[in-house]
Structure formats: C-alpha cells, structure tokens
Write a new protein. Sequence first.
Length: 296
Amino acid sequence: MNDNTIEISQVSRRFGKTVALDDVSLNVPQGIVMGLIGENGAGKTTLIKHVLGLLRAKTGGVRVFGLDPVRDPVGVLGRIGYLSEMRDLPEWMRIGELMRYSRPFFPSWDQAYAEELRETFELDSLQKIKTLSKGQRARTALLMALAHRPDLLLLDEPSTSLDPIVRRDILSAIIRTVADEGRTVLLSSHLVDEVERVADSVAIIHHGQMVLTDSVNKIKETHHRLTLRFDEPQAGTPQLPGALSCVGGPLEWTLLCNGQIDQLKDAARTLDAHIVEQSTPTLEDIFIAQVKNKAF
Ligand code: ATP
C-alpha cells in the first residue's frame, strides 16, 4: 500500500523566462505535517497549485491520494482543505451563509466542528464578509479549510494577518490535531521558526529547486555549528567537509556544517584545530546557510 498522500516527481514549470519549479520531487507521507519553506518567489504557491490540479504538470507527474489532480478533481479536491494566500472569499455573503452554502460540497462537513471553530475564532455568523478585518478574513478562510475535516490540509502562508495568539496557540494546536488524527498537512511559510514549532518534516525550496527534504530531527542531527581555534593565524577559511557557512578568522572561525559530528571532529583534528564550541543550529540558521550556499 502506498502511504504517500502527495507524490511529486520531477516537476518543472516556467512562466515566460522565470523558472518557478526546476525538476522538483517531493513525497509527503500520510499523517505528517510537512513544512514547505522558501523565500518570497521560491515556488511554494506554484507547487501547491500543482497539488490542487490548478496547474497541470508539463513535465514530471503529480499524484494526490494516488490520483492525478487534473484528471480527477472530484476525487481529489473534496478531500483537500485549502487556505489560499489570497484568502479569497465571496464578499457578498455573511459568514453563516458561507458555511451553509459550502456544506453540500463536502460530504464530510462537520457542522459541530465548524461552529466550534467559529466560536474559537470569535466570528459572528451574521457579519458580511466584505466588512471583515484582515484578521477576521484569515480566520474565516481557515475555518472554511478545516470544517470538512480534510484528509489533506494545504495552508499557504497561514500566519499572514493572524494575530500572535491565533498563530501560536490555536493554529499550531489545530495543525497538530489534524496530523495526530492521521491526516496530512502541507504548510507553506517563509517563517521558519513557525514551521519548526509544528512540522515533522521540512522541504526547503529555493529559486524553484528543492534544496533539502528531511525530518526536522534528522536535519538537526546532521547540522552542527562548530567554533574552531587555531594556534596559528589562518590565511583562508578552514576547509571542513559539508561546510555551508564560515565566519571569523584569523585564529577563531565559526562554521555551520552538514555532516556527521564524528567525521567533522576528525576533519578538524587533521587541520590542527581545537573545537572550542559546538552547538545545534536553529532550523532558521540551517535554512539561511543552505539557501546562501546555493547562491554561490
Ligand atoms: P511568496 O512567498 O512570495 O508567495 P512563492 O514561494 O509562493 O512566493 P510562487 O508564487 O510560486 O512563489 O512564484 C514563483 C515564481 O514564479 C516567482 O518568480 C513568481 O513571480 C513567478 N510566477 C508565479 N506565478 C506566475 C504567473 N502566473 N505568471 C508569471 N510568473 C509567475
């Protein structure tokens, strides 16, 4: 049995001269929270649009629940909850009307849960959508993505416009609950600390290329910040295998490296360097080092 909710293999996409996706592959196993992180314009939304079948893969392939989302939109879209970056909602409806209108489209719509979310988000069912603040609009869009208890929740920059309490406490709790129930979450964000708080795995995308995909634990285990001290001044940056960034000099240098710690220690020894400090970098530090490293 295939337990990947999403399978993207070797998808490329151009918009004129812009390469939005460059040979991207990504598997998202069922029941996990996958954080998709990248700078503005990295290709996150374009990837999500392929998952939704809004864009057809011109090269490579996309499968969601084992189905082609372009050929089988009914089989795929009914099981997806999508929070778009645009938070697009029908302006002329009231919140309660939107909930009643959307319900028949989703056999799995859970009215009790929808009402619970509405109360948690402090939304008035009689309020017209066109009069909502940005934050209320974001909460309404989130409610609509969640209320049918989708098998796959796609959240594109979910924190935008949400206040810190909803963002940190409510959103994180909802995302974790969805995954704990065996459903899958793909969370796109440029806020790395937010992704680190909630994601099991992370995919880093940069200029349309997948730079790194792994579980957060594995990424943390295989990235190390080391400060090396030399007895003699060093003319150039010390060469450690898997070094992504290096600052300092001429006697003391701090490196962020990708690799096994024992091998890095051996390599430092062969350079006659003393390791004076060793720590685990944050995911944000790793993201920046990986992305900057790709820039050269
Ligand atoms: P952001 O965090 O800013 O939303 P993103 O990672 O979601 O960015 P995308 O929206 O996927 O990035 O865009 C990737 C690249 O493709 C960008 O350079 C963008 O300008 C370009 N692009 C996306 N959609 C189109 C389009 N319809 N026409 C032309 N260019 C596009």
